[in-house]
Design a protein around this ligand. Structure first.
Ligand code: GCU
Length: 330
């Protein structure tokens, strides 16, 4: 009898102590889940791992980030939906996909809006442009943390393309984004929106005749095994964007919020160097894969998309950003 009582007492004590330990360890350390659709060999994965290390260091281990690559937790769109509902903490997407969640990101998606990489970085760093856009999406359920270089976007196709006229009748995969669809229509191709993860198979099965992206798509993601022409028309520079769920963000202490933002800035700088090296190497790899690099009639492409610049000037969601981006180039 006595023994049973003792056992019950021990059990009760263990439950209380266990409960307390559980509660205390929960309140001391938090691990955020971060989803992205890139390969573990991609620069963006390296930049996100760097970000995670920085967060851990800056918060003395109080806040940790676990990176889930390869779209294991969903496509970019699905990740954003999970973020909005608070079921996921962080995701790396890009301005193209984010445009459907916060129209302000559409300013980056106007083809040929940036003169060069320097202009692009000045716009991202500007308090009135890039930084304002990052801060303005809380009402849509997420907050922007940092930008990552994703290079310039170019066509890669199964038939040579040098002018918009060459695109006639071709089905070109685009990101699921209104700007990407509009751009492709103006250039004369048939846009086919698909998530990035489905693209290799779509190219292989000739569901599409090509796509457009940075050189890494051709090499790291092996799309160059199927699409043998890479046209350097440099029609867009669309930044990758790291975002955090608004509900996760609200739950962070001020110190941890500051650490996340500082780690984001460091990761942007880390990626800037990494990306420049990566692009040079990947172009060489693409040529070794038998991909032919073609020069484009860039003026013809610029002319084809002029209506997007006119429409942007009239679009209240992006007109002030677009004006400010253009003014930076003067
Ligand atoms: C870039 C970008 C990815 C995006 C991809 C795409 O590679 O970094 O975030 O998914 O373009 O075209 O879908």
């Amino acid at each position: 009898m006595l023994n049973i009582k003792k056992t019950k007492l021990h059990l009760a004590t263990a439950v209380i102590i266990g409960g307390l330990m559980g509660a205390s360890s929960m309140s001391f350390a938090q691990t955020l889940k971060l989803s992205h659709n890139g390969d573990t060999k991609s620069p963006v994965h390296k930049a996100l791992k760097f970000f995670a290390d920085e967060v851990k260091e800056k918060t003395d281990g109080d806040l940790k980030v676990r990176v889930y690559p390869n779209g294991q937790l969903g496509t970019q769109r699905e990740s954003l939906e999970l973020l909005q509902s608070g079921a996921l903490d962080m995701a790396k997407s890009n301005a193209s996909e984010l445009e459907s969640f916060d129209p302000g990101y559409g300013a980056f998606n106007i083809p040929y809006i940036f003169r060069d990489r320097e202009h692009f970085y000045r716009a991202l760093e500007s308090e009135d442009i890039g930084q304002k856009i990052l801060r303005s999406s809380e009402k849509y359920g997420f907050v922007g943390v940092a930008y990552f270089d994703a290079g310039s976007r170019n066509f890669y196709t199964t038939k040579p393309v040098r002018t918009p006229a060459d695109l006639k009748g071709m089905k070109i995969r685009v990101q699921p984004s209104p700007s990407a669809i509009k751009m492709m229509e103006l250039m004369g191709a048939s846009p086919t929106p698909l998530p990035f993860g489905e693209l290799y198979t779509a190219l292989q099965q000739r569901v599409v005749d090509g796509a457009e992206n940075n050189i890494g798509a051709v090499t790291t993601y092996r799309h160059g095994e199927v699409a043998k022409y890479y046209t350097e028309d440099e029609h867009a520079m669309i930044p990758d964007v790291l975002v955090i769920s608004a509900s996760t963000w609200e739950g962070l202490s001020d110190d941890n919020k500051a650490a996340v933002i500082a780690a984001g800035k460091d990761a942007t700088a880390f990626m800037k160097t990494l990306w420049a090296e990566y692009t040079v190497e990947e172009l060489k790899k693409a040529e070794k894969m038998g991909v032919e690099v073609l020069q484009a009639d860039k003026d013809a492409f610029i002319k084809a998309v002029a209506p997007m610049h006119e429409a942007a000037a009239e679009n209240p969601a992006i007109s002030s950003y677009v004006k400010a981006i253009k003014a930076l180039d003067k």
